[in-house]
Design a protein around this ligand. Structure first.
Ligand SMILES: [Cu+2]
Length: 154
């Protein structure tokens, strides 16, 4: 049995560890909402650490892949290229991450992305309802988010 003094030190250390893992107060939380077949999310966000979650209000499972676009990329190019090359390697950086949610579920975890002014991120769902159905991105599950300077008020 540890002495009370040791116990209080352990409790303080545990509190520090827990505090160190929590998002800082400046971390913005954005819960991306899904329907069949669309995202509801802001068109623009200010820079800074942003924790993305996914809330699925649809009747089928959905995902959100968060992809930073390269400066030369546009959404029309991506829609055209995806039919032949689903990786779009020349138009994007490696995905920041992926969240998935069954119908009616909000992800218990969030994906932390440090947004920078001028960046553009694409939200994409590649799920299909059947093997021969189009990927959800071709049904409308593609959303562009632009990172603006925080003094623009957007
Ligand atoms: Cu989907």
């Amino acid at each position: 049995m540890p002495s009370p003094r040791v116990s209080s030190r352990l409790a303080a250390a545990a509190a520090l560890v827990i505090g160190g893992c929590a998002p800082s107060p400046s971390t913005r939380s954005v819960i991306v909402q899904t329907q069949d077949y669309a995202y509801i999310a802001p068109d623009s966000l200010p820079p800074g650490p942003t924790a993305f979650g996914l809330a699925n209000a649809g009747k089928v499972p959905h995902e959100v892949i968060i992809i930073r676009l390269r400066p030369n990329a546009n959404v029309q190019d991506i829609l055209r290229l995806d039919r032949a090359d689903s990786t779009w390697r020349d138009l994007r950086d490696p995905p920041s991450g992926i969240l998935t949610a069954d119908p009616g579920v909000t992800t218990p975890g969030q994906l932390l992305v440090n947004l920078q002014v001028g960046e553009r991120y694409l939200l994409v769902c590649n799920f299909r309802d059947t093997d021969t159905a189009p990927a959800h991105l071709h049904l409308g599950m593609m959303k562009l988010i632009t990172v603006h300077a925080s003094d623009t008020g957007e």
